[in-house]
Write a protein that binds this ligand. Structure first.
Ligand SMILES: Cc1cc2nc3c(=O)[nH]c(=O)nc-3n(C[C@H](O)[C@H](O)[C@H](O)COP(=O)(O)O)c2cc1C
Length: 213
């Protein structure tokens, strides 16, 4: 599509878009987002991923309720935490307000994509640390695809505190696990550049702490 943006612009402006309009998103766009996800690598190319596109209002609500409860549990920690690197307390509070907004309105997003693995291969071979590593690249591809299509999205995982409730709401089998819920919709906020720590602070050459510049 002529109005799509380039890859680097998408990468540099893909903020967590937590304020979404409830307007429906055409299935054709959701399909393109998922097809982008399916281009991601998976360990051994096993492609054990499954994606549940949730549009049913009652099912979305069954996901939102535990998602809200999880925020109630975590909010005191979020409030007490220092601001993210390079950000002020005021910026942190604005982010928390957006987090709270998404939490209260999750079920109003036109589409939720629940990203799952059937039998996490990494875990099955004792590589606990790699758990989820075969689904998160697909998640990132989908976030970038949404951005390229002018849609807002956020990687969320907080439902995992009460994942059984979510699994039940979706009728998932015992050998399937969810790893992320991506709410997608037309953005109510504006896209803009992400702010992150500079290369000089986080990259080393050859040895830890040897600055790369
Ligand atoms: C593993 C992981 C889990 C996350 N879970 C949530 C979540 O449950 N809810 C949420 O609103 N954002 C969640 N986020 C989004 C981060 O909060 C967001 O990427 C970060 O604040 C940077 O925001 P920005 O990209 O808009 O600068 C998660 C991000 C990651 C990587």
């Amino acid at each position: 599509m002529a109005d799509e943006i380039g890859l680097f612009e998408a990468i540099h402006t893909m903020r967590a878009m937590r304020r979404l309009k409830p307007d429906p998103v055409p299935d054709a766009l959701v399909r393109r987002i998922i097809e982008a996800g399916l281009c991601a690598p998976s360990g051994g190319d096993v492609q054990h991923w499954r994606f549940v596109v949730v549009k049913d209002p009652e099912t979305k609500r069954k996901i939102q309720i535990p998602y809200r409860r999880a925020l109630d549990k975590l909010l005191p920690r979020y409030r007490a935490a220092p601001p993210p690197p390079g950000k002020t307390e005021a910026q942190k509070l604005r982010m928390l307000a957006a987090v709270e907004y998404l939490t209260n309105h999750l079920h109003e997003a036109p589409v939720l994509i629940v990203c799952c693995l059937v039998g996490d291969f990494a875990k099955s071979v004792g590589l606990e640390k790699m758990s989820g590593a075969s689904i998160y690249p697909a998640v990132q591809n989908m976030l970038l695809a949404a951005r390229a299509l002018g849609l807002g999205a956020t990687l969320t995982t907080r439902h995992l505190l009460y994942e059984k409730e979510v699994n039940e709401a979706l009728g998932m089998p015992d050998n399937a696990e969810s790893f992320a819920v991506i709410p997608i919709g037309y953005p109510a906020g504006r896209f803009g550049p992400v702010t992150r720590e500079p290369v000089a602070k986080v990259v080393f050459l050859d040895r830890w702490n040897n600055r790369w510049e």
